[in-house]
Design a protein around this ligand. Structure first.
Ligand code: GDP
Ligand code: ZN
Length: 315
């Protein structure tokens, strides 16, 4: 007791995980960014799996020396975006924590507009209790007919109340609108590789330290080999989580009986189904299927609902 001459441990400080890689987590604290390990005791005592730490997590850290610390406590998450990990155990992997909105990026061309993937991300956002913003990028590409087709295809989303921005990272069109939508909240960019997520972030804030560039400089490998996530701060106060976890996206389990909750226009019709637990697939007297036939629910949206229900992955 009194013969303990060692220095007193530093007081705990609050911080946010801004980056996770194989070696350590970086935690932004009011004073500095600390490279942190997860307390072994915490891991053992509370069954906390290091892999369950996510960028955006609020933590309590014990400073251990210049630039170093140990994560002693992980605070409850306000929100989370999860996916199913690759591999046989299919465990939950939290892609980002404490975010407000998912910016679903898709492109008009190269790669072509993929609305099934948009729907999948919308389900993920809704399931995580997050707002969604659809960003249609590369509007400098494509013929007039493609623009007209995209306008028509995206109309149902406006009816659902999902905001939409049309952008070109190349010409700068729509970038101000996108930047405004990022102000004062924490967003995560989701979308297939090649749709322009990195280019958009660079257009929103030139000079932003995107890790994809860092890794290609460090390893000489391509930009899609990123293995860590980071949280970026925009000058308008917005925070953006840039994560490779979202690039190869697989939905984290959704209960088949609950899936329609994430399709508002389908959910609105389900009261008319004969069976209370109708999944609107094989059941008779299904009001949802009648609504599809009557044109009140868009066929493509219903088809994407059935794909997710059947457990089919997108690409
Ligand atoms: P990410 O994989 O989603 O991060 O996509 P990138 O930002 O790496 O962009 C993929 C490719 O599309 C790059 O060659 C970009 O230069 C290009 N690109 C991105 N945005 C636009 C755009 O608005 N218009 C055009 N024409 N090309 C774009
Ligand atoms: Zn039904």
């Amino acid at each position: 007791m009194s013969d303990n001459k060692g220095p007193r441990p530093a007081a705990l400080v609050s911080g946010t995980i801004i980056r996770i890689d194989a070696r350590a987590s970086q935690v932004a604290t009011p004073g500095e960014v600390l490279h942190c390990v997860l307390r072994g005791r915490l891991t053992a005592a509370k069954g906390v799996d290091k892999r369950l730490l996510a960028v955006g997590d609020s933590v309590k850290v014990r400073p251990l020396g210049p630039g170093r610390g140990a994560i002693e406590e992980i605070l409850p998450r306000r929100t989370k975006l999860s996916r199913r990990a690759a591999g046989p155990d299919r465990r939950e992997q939290v892609v980002a924590a404490n975010i407000d909105q998912v910016v679903i990026v898709t492109s008009l061309a190269d790669p072509p507009l993929n609305l099934n993937l948009v729907d999948r991300y919308l389900v993920a956002a809704s399931r995580g209790g997050l707002a969604a913003l659809i960003c249609l990028n590369k509007i400098d590409c494509g013929a007039e007919a493609d623009h007209a087709a995209a306008t028509a295809a995206l109309r149902p989303y406006a009816a659902l109340g999902t905001p939409l921005v049309w952008t070109s990272a190349r010409t700068g069109l729509g970038i101000d609108a996108l930047r405004d939508r990022l102000a004062g909240r924490t967003s995560v960019f989701a979308g297939k590789s090649g749709v322009g997520k990195s280019a958009l972030l660079n257009a929103v804030e030139p000079g932003l330290a995107l890790h994809s560039a860092e890794i290609s400089a460090a390893t000489g490998k391509g930009r899609h080999t990123t293995t860590f996530s980071s949280l970026l701060t925009l000058s308008n106060g917005g925070l953006v989580i840039d994560t490779p976890g979202i690039r190869a996206y697989t939905l984290w389990e959704v209960d088949p009986n609950d899936l329609d909750r994430h399709y508002p226009e389908i959910h609105a019709e389900r009261g008319g189904c004969r069976f209370a637990n109708c999944t609107h697939s094989h059941e008779p007297e299904c009001a949802v299927k009648e609504a599809v036939a009557a044109g009140r629910i868009e066929e493509r949206r219903f088809a994407s609902y059935l794909r997710i229900l059947a457990g089919l992955d997108e690409e």
